[in-house]
Design a binder for this molecule. Sequence first.
Ligand code: DAK
Length: 261
Amino acid sequence: MTEPAPLVVVEGEPAGRIATALLNRPERLNALNGELMGELADVLRSLDEDGDVRCIVLGGSERAFAAGADIGEMATASAMDMYAAKRVESWDEIRSVRTPLVAAVSGYCLGGGCELAMSCDLIVASETAVFGQPETGLGILPGAGATQRLTHAVGKALAMDVILSGRLLSAREALDAGLVARVVAREAWLDEAKRVARDVAAKGPVANRLAKEAVDRAYEGALSLGLDYERRVLYLAFASEDAKEGLNAFLEKRPPEFKGR
Ligand code: DAK
C-alpha cells in the first residue's frame, strides 16, 4: 500500500540553514482543514527545534498559497465544536514559532490563508498574489487574526474595506498598503522567498530570534487581547443561521440568502 502524500512537504538545502515547508492539498487550493493544520504545526515545531535551521519559508503552490480554512469542514461545525476544536491549538503553536518565518505567496491568499501568511514574519508575494478576507460573505468573520493583524498592517480604513466588503487586494496594493514586504515576478515567487530566507539565515540567529520577539512586542499586548476577542466572536457567529447559510451556499455553488439571524 502506498503512503498518502504529505499535506505539508518539507525541503531542506544541502547547506542547511533554511528549510521550506510547502502546503500540499492542491485539489482544494490548500484549504486548511484540521489535518493539514495539525501537520503544519508539527512540521514547524520540529523545524523550530532544529538548531541548524535559521529561517523557514512557508509556501503553497503557484495557484494558491491557501484559499482559506476548509469550508466543508466548517459547514457542519456548531459554535461548541469550534470552541472545542483542536485546530485552534495548531494556530497557537504556529504563533509561538521562534525561528523567523518568510511566507512565499503566489495566487490565492484568502481567509485563513491570508491569516496564516500574516502569522509569518514577512511576506514575499508573486505579482499574481490575491489577498482577501472573504469570511463575511460566508456569514462568519476572520478568526485567526485578520481583524487585528490586517488592521495593524494596513490601517483601519482598508482593513474595514477588505473585511466588510470582501475587497480583494492585488500584490501591488498589498505592497503599497504595508501588508507585503516584496513583490516579485510570477516565476520567482519561491526562489526569491528562499533568497530572502538565506539573507535572514546569514545573520546572528540569536539576535534574529530576539529581534523578531521585540518587533512583535510593538503591538503584542493589544494583539493578544484582540485575538482572544476575535476568536470568541467567531464562535458566536457560528451560532447564527447566517453562518450555516453562507457556508452551505458556497458548497452548493449558489449565492447566499442571509436573513440576519
Ligand atoms: N474550503 C474548501 N474547499 C475549497 C476552498 C475552501 N476554502 N476554496 C476552494 N475550495 C475547493 C472548491 O470547492 C473546488 O472544489 P471542487 O468544486 O473542485 O470539488 C476546488 O477547491 C477548486 O476551487 P474552485 O473551483 O472554486 O476554483 P476557482 O479558481 O473557480 O475559484 C476561489 C477560486 C479561491 C476564488 C474559490 O475557490 C473561492 O472563493 N474559495 C473560497 C474562498 C473563501 O471564502 N475563503 C475563506 C474561507 S473561511 C479559525 C481560524 C480561521 C478560520 C476559521 C476559524 N479558528 C482558529 C477557529 C478561517 C476561515 C476561512 O478562511
